[in-house]
Design a binder for this molecule. Structure first.
Ligand code: CP
Length: 305
């Protein structure tokens, strides 16, 4: 694996290898000194052209836990403001001497373009509504921890699937690991074309609510037009929100996941967000370990003791 850009091309062995390493890195993160020298002397640059809390900070934590140095690019205080292009920005940072670039950008395919310009591994930290592979890996790790594996699990992905890079990455990773996936959304928030997607679809959450082992909730992506295709937040919550009442109808061992940021009161009620069966903070912790695994695999880390 030279870059990590999409889950669509990852086979089962590749995903399992990344998750197995992440499990080992979780052990490292629980040590009194949560750090190993695997990437000592290397530098990881994070280039986030869109906002992020979880992905950027967990990549930085992951790099530091592997003893790598980090460089963080901030668009609002950069020479982008003077008109510098994406390509010149990337080549400039590359010329300073970096060993890996983590890129988030609003344009679909941006990370692929960066990978054409540089000779270091590139990790896609989210490109438009297209792909977010490390999110999918941390979601798979979280589900694997809870159920022992994904084979035969029934997973619902609920909400603004059309504008969600998380949904696209999750569908392919989870299906590769053997899960059965149903996309649940109003027709206007389902993808226009799911040809080739290993999924079923439904537009009525209440009809199918009790069938699932995992309910994965998505935020409505207002910044990509998601909020303009249904009448009101109240109506969305009424039909597709994980309310306390819907939570009470799930099977007793069903868990709720969310990639964050959560918008309490729309796709998830506060009582659900704070329920022990909502694994959102476990997902965040697993995100650090998954990103350590991705950096380690791509950057040729020395074996970890
Ligand atoms: N899930 C996720 O990508 O969160 P951030 O946008 O905060 O990185």
């Amino acid at each position: 694996m030279r870059h990590l850009l999409t889950t669509e091309t990852l086979d089962r062995a590749a995903i399992e290898s990344l998750l197995d390493s992440a499990d080992e890195f979780l052990d490292v993160l629980h040590r009194p000194i949560p750090k190993v020298p695997a990437l000592r002397g290397k530098t990881v640059a994070t280039l986030f052209f869109e906002p992020s809390t979880r992905t950027r900070m967990s990549f930085e934590k992951a790099a530091k836990a592997l003893s790598a140095d980090t460089m963080s690019f901030s668009p609002s205080t950069s020479s982008l403001k003077k008109g510098e292009s994406l390509k010149d920005t990337v080549l400039t940072i590359h010329a300073m001497g970096v060993d890996c670039m983590v890129v988030r950008h609003e344009a679909t395919g941006a990370a692929w373009r960066v990978a054409e310009w540089v000779d270091v591994p590139v990790i896609n930290g989210g490109d438009g509504a297209h792909q977010h592979p490390t999110q999918a890996l941390l979601d798979c790790l979280t589900i694997r921890q809870r159920f022992g594996g994904l084979d035969g699990l029934r997973i619902a992905i609920v909400g603004d699937v059309r504008h969600s890079r998380v949904a696209r990455s999750d569908v392919f990773a989870m299906a590769t690991l053997g899960a059965e996936i149903t996309l649940i959304a109003p027709p206007t928030l389902l993808p226009l074309d799911t040809t080739g997607w290993p999924v079923g679809t439904s537009c009525n959450l209440d009809d199918v609510l009790t069938e699932f082992d995992v309910v994965y909730l998505l935020r409505v992506q207002a910044e990509r037009g998601g909020a303009s295709v249904f009448p009101s937040n109240a109506e969305y919550r009424e039909r597709f929100g994980m309310t306390r009442e819907r939570m009470s109808r799930l099977k007793p061992d069903t868990v709720v996941l969310h990639p964050g940021p959560m918008i309490r009161g729309i796709e998830i009620d506060a009582a659900v967000a704070d329920d022990p069966r909502c694994l959102v903070l476990g997902q965040v912790t697993n995100g650090v370990a998954v990103r350590m695994s991705a950096l380690y695999h791509l950057m040729g880390g020395v074996p970890v003791e």
